[in-house]
Structure formats: C-alpha cells, structure tokens
Design a protein around this ligand. Structure first.
Ligand code: ATP
Ligand code: MG
Length: 226
C-alpha cells in the first residue's frame, strides 16, 4: 500500500485577538510519507507550533483537509479525533509535560492504563521501555527528581509506548544542554530508523539539517523545502 500517510491541503488556522486576525496557518499544503524524517524551522511566530498542534490533533483547523491514512480528520467529531490521537500520535514538548506527582514509571504507564490494559501486562512493557531509554534506575523518581535529559527520555517513552506511527516533537531539545540534546536526537532518529514517522520543530540549525526533509515556515505558510 503506497497511500500517502498524511495529506494536508489548504489548511488554515486563524486566531482572533481583539480586532486583529492572525493567520497562524495560511493555506498549508503538505504531504508526509510513512517513515519520513522532517524538520520544521522558521522565525518565531511563523506557525511551527500551530502546525504541529494541528497535526497532533491538539488544535482544530478553520479550513482545509487533513487526511491521515486516507481518512479525513478535519471534520471528524472530537471523540473520534481523540481516539486517533491516542492510537496514532505521540507528542513531545520542550518542557516535557510530565505529570509531577507520578513517578517516571507511572508517567510511562499512563497511556497503557487509558487503553484498559491489565496491570500484569503493563508492568513488563513499562520496564522494557524504561530500560531501552537507560532509565531503569530512575523508575521511581518523580519528574522533579530527574535531569532535563532524563525527563525528556521519560516523555519519549510515554509518547512511544503504544507504538504510534507518528511522533511529533516541538523544540524537544529547547531546554536541554548540548550533551542531553544530542542524546535525545539520537533516540528520536533511532525510532525513525525503526519506522516511526518523525516531525521535529527546532530553532537549532544543526539539528534541523539532520532531517531528510527540511521545511521552512514563514508567516503561516510553507515557504520552502530542502
Ligand atoms: N491561542 C492563540 N491565540 C492567539 N494567537 C495565537 C495563538 N496561538 C498562536 N497564536 C499566534 O499565531 C502565530 C503562530 O504561533 P506559533 O506558536 O505557531 O509560532 P511558532 O512558529 O511556534 O513560534 P516560536 O518559534 O516562537 O515557538 C503567532 O503570531 C502567535 O502569536
Ligand atoms: Mg513554537
């Protein structure tokens, strides 16, 4: 099956602030193929996060078509969108977004719990995920007791534990030192090498250059690809 994985056509997202309309996404058209490794760069305010949030079904669109594995999502009711989001999409944020009162293991376990999987099945999966990210000895630590790099690795484990085919990362290294940054990028690229479609928003040109497809956003538009 060679169907396009994701197809965006003429996507618009406007924000009304007082009298002013911000065209955060201005007729964005883009195809993403299964297994792609895409970086999204561009000035602050150019719509990178809006694009990622839209792809991750964290935000609505005002116009246009968003087809995912051949299915139109733009007009889907919220309950069905939530289902696609849970099964198909992992999201990583600059500030990790872990749940502070849960341990590393419990944060990673959360998506499995939401599927109703019994505890006996969850435990080995969580253990394996933590181990593969070098976090076995931090399983019981809460986020505040972890370094930034460790927190981001927990977030990656949580985003990938359900084996979603699409992984979206908004400035995943924005709060990390260069060593942790390199480690997180290596992990994301490893996941991509194993078949996950990866879209990374970054301000870091060195990181942006590593992607196979490099998209540049300007004023809510895709201004180019290299
Ligand atoms: N919820 C909102 N309400 C109003 N305006 C918004 C909202 N979210 C984003 N915007 C506006 O939409 C535009 C695009 O914002 P977006 O966050 O996508 O930019 P960005 O490219 O991710 O910038 P940065 O590099 O600073 O993270 C900006 O002008 C922003 O002010
Ligand atoms: Mg942003």
């Amino acid at each position: 099956m060679s169907e396009t994985f994701i197809s965006l056509h003429d996507i618009c997202r406007n924000f009304q602030v007082g009298d002013e309309t911000v065209h955060a996404l201005d007729h964005v058209t883009l195809d993403i193929h299964a297994g792609d490794y895409i970086s999204v760069m561009g000035p602050s305010g150019s719509g990178k996060s809006t694009l990622l949030n839209m792809l991750g079904l964290l935000d609505q669109t005002d116009a246009g078509s968003y087809r995912f594995e051949g299915r139109e999502l733009a007009t889907l009711p919220e309950e069905a969108r939530a289902q696609v989001r849970r099964k198909k999409i992992g999201f990583i944020f600059q500030s990790f977004h872990l749940i502070p009162r849960l341990s590393a293991a419990e944060n990673v376990e959360l998506p499995l719990m939401l599927t109703g999987m019994p505890s006996s099945e969850r435990a080995p999966k969580v253990q394996a995920a933590l181990q593969s990210l070098g976090l076995s000895d931090r399983a019981d630590h809460r986020p505040a007791q972890l370094s930034g790099g460790q927190q981001q690795r927990v977030a990656i484990a949580r985003a990938t534990i359900l084996q979603a085919p699409l992984l979206l990362a908004d400035e995943p290294t924005g709060n990390l030192d260069s060593h942790s940054s390199a480690e997180v990028i290596r992990i994301l690229e490893d996941l991509n090498a194993r078949g996950i479609t990866l879209v990374v928003v970054t301000h870091d040109t060195e990181i942006g250059k590593r992607a196979r497809r490099r998209i540049r956003m300007v004023d809510g538009k895709v201004a180019g690809e290299s």
